[in-house]
Each structure stands twice: as structure tokens, then as C-alpha cells.
Design a protein around this ligand. Sequence first.
Ligand SMILES: NC(=O)c1ccc[n+]([C@@H]2O[C@H](COP(=O)([O-])OP(=O)(O)OC[C@H]3O[C@@H](n4cnc5c(N)ncnc54)[C@H](O)[C@@H]3O)[C@@H](O)[C@H]2O)c1
Length: 313
Amino acid sequence: MKQNTHEIQTVAVIGCGFIGYSWGIVFARAGLRVHMYNRKSPTLDSVKDRMREGLTFLAEEKVIEPEEVEAAINRVQTFDDLKAAVKDADYIQECMWEDLPLKQRIFRELTELTDPSVPIGSSCSGLMISDITSQVTNGKERCVVAHPTNPPHLIPFMEISGDKASPQIKDRVFHFMESVGQKPIQCREVYGYVLNRLQLSLIQEALYLVKEGICDVPAVDQALTDGLGLRWAFTGPYGVEELNSAGLGEGLEKYKDYMIEFFTEHQQKVLDYDQDFVENCVRQFRPVMNGMDHKEYLLWRDRMVTRARKLKE
Ligand SMILES: NC(=O)c1ccc[n+]([C@@H]2O[C@H](COP(=O)([O-])OP(=O)(O)OC[C@H]3O[C@@H](n4cnc5c(N)ncnc54)[C@H](O)[C@@H]3O)[C@@H](O)[C@H]2O)c1
């Protein structure tokens, strides 16, 4: 991890669900004090235990030392009072449900409750920060999208955007995220940002292939896990074009007609699907899980991702 040169010592995580608990691990691992906020709920009651489980997994995979587990947990405090949670915070990571009115309300409150120097990042997956901050009267420039890949304590890619945010704040969040081990990019505001736009394009085709009976669900997943995915962990689509011919420039020229023809004549849009289709996909997917239930499949995925990351590093 790079040095945290931005004097962020305390982070408030707003929302303790799937993404919040995982962000909590990222920040606690990096040696920061972490304030975990949620309304009173079993989610809040269990968050430290879930974080301990996540950290123990990292120790088992030898990503961290065993003694780091309790040391990190000792830096975590839970709150059901928003004002108390954000008092003393130097950075805020919002992780509430993907619901525009809820995020608008929480951003209004967060900008009113905190010092103007505190950057506020939203984990939101598709919404635009300009819409989220539309009711903020003072402090839009310190609000950004800080969208992680699930789960951020295992997968480091994240996106920072906000056309109304100041460039200084975006740079500060960028460097802070690097200092806690994330691999951020910056992009302009667009629905879905970069990762989800790429992912949704692929899911669109995955749905089309199964819906039209061209192949089954396991075949689609296998095209990624035994094919594209093996390359993509190391070379992205542009890297693939570089290596598919004598170089990227030549590749983009050589395959231009083929790609344009595909985009215009052969690419279909799936605009709807019904319950039967969903049930059929679920049935076809079962064998892909190799006898594992959902929880076991998740743990297996986490283990494989962690090992692949080690190989990359
Ligand atoms: N799950 C993913 O794969 C993923 C990936 C990247 C980003 N995100 C984004 O992260 C954000 C959080 O998603 P998640 O999957 O963690 O959701 P989640 O449902 O697991 O967690 C949301 C949390 O917000 C809390 N909450 C909701 N309303 C509240 C309120 N009024 N007051 C206090 N607490 C409240 C809920 O109790 C819950 O703990 C969303 O914006 C989502 O789009 C999710």
C-alpha cells in the first residue's frame, strides 16, 4: 500500500451491508479508525463479526498476519447515530441502498453535519453524483462517486467521478484510495461509469445467447472462465487487440469492418425476459456450482480471486 499522505485518520462508513462491511475491512486493514454507521438492525449488530470473518479469511490466505485481525477490529466502532458517526471523520464512504431519494437525503445531511474539508464518496453503482447532490446547498464540490467492485476488500478496482466535484477533491480521494490499497480510475459522469457499462454490455449478450437457445448457461459462463477471463485478468480489450495482430493500431484497423458489421447487423438487444427464462437459467446454472451451495460458491470465488491477485502481484 502507498503511504496515506492525506492525513485521513478516521473514516465513517455509512451503511453496513455487503459493500459497507467490506469497505470497513479495507480502511481498518490500512490502520485507520473506522466508524461503521447503520440504523439499529441485525446488520449493525453483526458487522464487526462479519468484518472479523473477512479479516480471518485474509489471514488464512496469508494476505495479512494473524495478529492483524484483532488489531484491525479494535480500530472499528459501530454507531446508530449519524451525527456521532461522522463527528471527527476525515473521509466518508456512503454505502446505503441504491435509492436516489434516500441518497439525496443522506448527502444533504452529511454535508450539513461535516466540515467543508471532508470528502464524501458514494458507493453507488449507476446513479450520478449530480443527481444525488441536487438538494445539497453547500458542499457539492466535495461529493464524488467512489464506486467499488464487490467486494472491495478483495477486488481493488474502483471508479471516482463527479463533474461538479472539484478536481482537488477527486485527486485527494484518488490518492487516499491508492494509499489504502485500491486501484482507482477517474472518469466523467455517465450512467454506470466504466465497469458496469462494460459488464452490462457483456450480460446483454449472455442473455441473448441463452434466450435464443444458441447455447446454454454453463457454456456462456465457460466462455469467460476458461476463455476471455483468463486473458482479461492480465490484458483488457485494448491489450487483447494489441496481441491479436502485430499491434493495437493494426488490430483496430484490421478488425474495424468486422466489428462495425457485428455491432450494426448481428448484435441484438434483449429488452425483456420472463419468469420462465429466469427459472430456466437457474436450473441450467446449478451444475456450474459443482455441488456447492451459494455460501460455499462465494467462499470458493473469494479464495480463487485472492490467489489470482497474488499471482498478478
Ligand atoms: N452489492 C454490490 O455488488 C455492489 C457493488 C458496488 C456498489 N454497490 C453499491 O453500494 C451501495 C450499497 O449496496 P449493498 O449491496 O451494500 O446494499 P445492502 O442492502 O447490503 O446494504 C445497504 C445498507 O444500508 C442500510 N440502510 C438503508 N437505508 C437506511 C437508512 N435510511 N438509515 C440507515 N441505514 C440504512 C441497510 O440497513 C443496509 O445495511 C449501493 O449504492 C450499491 O449500488 C453494490
